[in-house]
Design a protein around this ligand. Structure first.
Ligand code: HSE
Length: 443
């Protein structure tokens, strides 16, 4: 070991913060053997200074004084682990203004305010590192920034939310409805009391925003990404998916496409997706995450691991601390392009409008069980140029007013599908909005 330790200040001693303290302490020797110097937790700030987290903080100043932590000359790197948008934004910008490097796991913060934060950091010559924000413990951002840096990224498909992947796995294996499985996910601590961010796809959209920036140099916020969650899925969809040879996953999808004049356009979206049962992503079950990245030189790659949890997330936070500490020691901090592209090559890029997505579709119509209804549905699809591949009409359940009619289409433009569905949903014999799940086959 040589030289003095690099000092770490931790804001937020919740689950992940506690994991970071454990890794810094428990793995101190391997960390210093790899760095050539040590990383030392010198200060922790949290509003709750009473709860016993089961860790030894002797020698660490622990109070609720965030401003004092940021200003403390012993703190070289500030770790922000409080989550949320506004307070986290303020602490992060204050730390940068004080010349401190920042490590964060906060995808929501970066998907909303990334531009402001990265610009402030570049101006001040400090690092902002955020490996833990996407895929928890999976080193996907470092792989995009370094290991795959020579490639044009053709496509990226990711299971980026463990809560919904657990729920989809359970819905498929038990045949239970969304609400029942959500309750179980909440009881097990996967889903929050307010599950909106996870089940409505918002958390996945935050993560996709960061991946799209790293893959294409595209400056977006999560508001730019068409996002649909898993609330609308019913047990029938999982049975039908199995019959057709698919499984249902909530995917974040990004693709490089060409515009009419050969310009680069980006397709980016989050939605439940049917994917071939034999694909690697289809076999990622439970709360695990996986991201498949296809580079033009490397071909297909797959990154798999725990997307959340105390120790996996702490693993990514401490890896960032080590990288930033090395930069500080080399005197080159602030020179790594955090989003993989140099700041002057980050720009708003044209997105492919959702209507131009071309995919096979799974549709469920809620039709009255009367003569001619199926014919009307088929002819409206046909008039819109949508070709049917398969139809399954389920039996009428006792007491039900409608039968679900399941249609699998050949690949079709989404705007044509949407206009056909608008027409079909107007029919007096169609009693509820039609359900649409897109299918991805080129995984
Ligand atoms: N709630 C997220 C998930 C983890 O279920 O994957 C944090 O992003």
């Amino acid at each position: 070991m040589s030289g003095d330790a690099i000092g770490v200040g931790l804001i937020g001693l919740g689950t992940i913060g506690t994991g970071v303290a454990k890794v810094l302490d428990g793995n101190a020797s391997v960390i210093s053997q790899r760095l050539g110097f040590s990383l030392r937790l010198v200060r922790v700030a949290d509003l709750d200074t009473k709860t016993d987290r089961g860790i030894d903080l002797s020698g660490v100043q622990f109070d609720d004084d965030t401003a004092g932590l940021i200003a403390d000359p012993k703190v070289d790197i500030v770790v922000e682990l409080i989550g949320g948008y506004e307070t986290a934004r303020r602490f992060t910008l204050e730390a940068i203004a004080a010349g401190k490097h920042v490590v964060t796991a906060n995808k929501a913060l970066l998907a909303k305010h990334g531009k402001e934060i990265f610009e402030a950091a570049a101006k001040r010559g400090v690092d902002v590192a955020f490996e833990a924000s996407v895929g928890g413990g999976i080193p996907i951002l470092r792989s995009m920034r370094e290991g795959l840096a020579a490639n044009r990224i053709e496509s990226l498909h990711g299971i980026m939310n463990g809560t919904t992947n657990y729920m989809l796995t359970e819905m498929e294996s038990t045949g239970e409805a969304f609400e029942i499985v959500l309750k179980r996910a909440q009881d097990l601590g996967y889903a929050e009391a307010d599950p909106t961010f996870d089940v409505d796809g918002i958390d996945a959209a935050h993560k996709l925003t960061l991946l799209v920036a790293m893959a294409y140099g595209a400056e977006l916020t999560d508001d730019d990404i068409p996002t649909e969650g898993i609330r609308g899925l019913a047990p029938l969809d999982f049975e039908a998916a199995e019959k057709f040879g698919y499984r249902i996953k909530l995917l974040g999808i990004a693709k490089r496409r060409e515009g009419p004049n050969g310009e680069e356009r980006i397709e980016a979206r989050v939605h439940p997706t049917m994917i071939p049962r034999e694909s690697l992503l289809a076999n990622v079950d439970g709360a695990m995450n996986a991201i498949a990245v296809h580079g033009d030189a490397v071909g297909p790659t797959l990154f798999y691991g725990a997307g959340a949890g105390e120790m996996p997330t702490a693993s990514a936070v401490v890896a960032d601390l080590m990288e930033v500490a090395r930069e500080i020691r080399r005197g080159s901090a602030g020179r790594v392009a955090p989003l993989s592209y140099m700041p002057d090559h980050l720009e708003r890029k044209p997105l492919v409008p959702p209507g131009e997505v071309h995919a096979r579709c799974y549709l469920v119509f809620s039709a009255a069980d009367e003569p001619g209804v199926l014919g009307q549905i088929a002819s409206i699809l046909g008039e819109n140029g949508i070709s049917i591949q398969s139809v399954i009409q389920q039996p009428l359940e006792p007491g039900a007013r409608t039968v679900p009619v399941v249609v699998l289409t050949h690949p079709a433009l989404e705007e044509l599908v949407r206009s056909a569905l608008a027409e079909i949903d107007q029919l007096s014999e169609v009693l509820a909005p039609t359900r649409l799940v897109r299918i991805e086959e080129d995984l």
